[in-house]
Design a protein around this ligand. Sequence first.
Ligand code: ADP
Ligand code: MG
Length: 317
Amino acid sequence: MSEVKIQNIEDLTGVGPAIAEKFREAGYSTLEEIGTQSPGQLSDATGIGQESCAKYIKEAGKNAKIGSFLTGTELMEKRATVGKLTTSSSTFDELLGGGVETQSITEFYGQYGSGKTQFMLQLAVNAQLPVEQGGLGGEVAIIDTENTFRPERIISMAKALELDPDEVLSKIHVGRAYNSHQQMLMVKKVKEIAKEKPIKMLAVDSLTGAFRAEYIGRGTLAERQGKINAHMSALARFGDLHNAAVVVTNQVSSNPAAFFGDPTKPIGGNIVGHTSKFRIYLRRGKAGRRVCRLVDSPHLPENEALVSITEDGIRDG
Ligand code: ADP
Ligand code: MG
């Protein structure tokens, strides 16, 4: 049987413009993004029935070549291209096995004021350093959902590294997202920017804040998780395609009685956890220091590093 290879989501059997729009609204714009979902996730995120979703996933997966095998050698070759981005703390870099990896999502989670945004800003400066100095020699895109991007902090951190602050600022592309829908659409805008500029780091600060504010109550949980999942898939794919580091922040509730019970558990629960390859839990330590704990990495031991947040940025603690 000869099969016509399909490329767009509209080419899926039974998908017309209306259903394609539902997919795109929920953040699914490619066959791969659909083909890697489970029927339940896709149905929750789009409102399309599970049975139909199962059919779409099967056809999308087949056409996007999902489920094919790679040899260990091929995978090792892919690993060799992974870049490591310094955090400006040598002990923390060591904990991460050399720095924040490209082609992966690294999640910083912790309470308000634990330093998530400071880490993200430091990485945005460092990503511009040449590879020999622990950078990625590229530009940066930040999806800012909380309006906490501060150019002044970038200037201080850049000066401390003897970089030209104006040049550093000119290579950071900040998109302000006012709700989760805009936040998801912004990944597409970043893809557009990446056609012209070598974007080597993409950050979302905060990944979950808008979702948490908009999807309130038990009944909306599945839908929220579906959307976060679709968003994470798009981010992971960006990191893969562009050999970029993807950094996301996630606030944990400081109120034990709040929506998510355990204050040390990141918002978004398992779905964020399963897609983030590196999860770092930040908390305040003694004398203004921050304790950075690496939680469930695929190949590194769970361990902690102490850092300080200074006027110059993140430093060994
Ligand atoms: P989060 O994003 O986790 O809510 P932030 O990354 O915004 O937290 O961290 C805020 C903290 O960072 C401040 O409470 C302060 O301790 C530290 N900080 C911010 N700016 C500076 C600075 N210029 N010098 C020293 N510490 C700073
Ligand atoms: Mg913040």
